[in-house]
Design a protein. Structure first.
Length: 101
């Protein structure tokens, strides 16, 4: 069984930081960065599930934290190995740095 705890923790940490961020920070790119991450995590999960990837819609800057949480948890459920988890954690950490939260 794959330990996906590092991925779910990284996603929750980023989501918590987004929820605590001021609106101005979200508008300056943090929300867009989070949406890009959510779309990539969702795409990876869908590929692993064997379905045609669909792009996650933009639900607005205040939904970005929820979107990365959902996409990250979806990926955690289907991740076949530690390598996929480690790669996803790196994506989350890099996106959080770029978002500045």
């Amino acid at each position: 069984m794959v330990d996906t705890t590092p991925l779910t923790r990284a996603v929750e940490h980023f989501a918590d930081r987004l929820r605590a961020a001021p609106q101005s920070r979200l508008q300056r790119g943090a929300a867009a960065e989070a949406l890009g991450l959510a779309r990539e995590l969702a795409r990876r999960a869908q590929v692993l599930e064997g379905v045609e990837p669909r792009e996650m819609p933009d639900a607005g800057m205040f939904a970005a934290a929820d979107q990365i949480t959902v996409a990250g948890n979806d990926l955690a459920v289907v991740a076949p190995g530690d390598a996929e988890v480690d790669e996803a954690v790196t994506l989350v950490e890099e996106a959080q740095k770029r978002a500045g939260v």
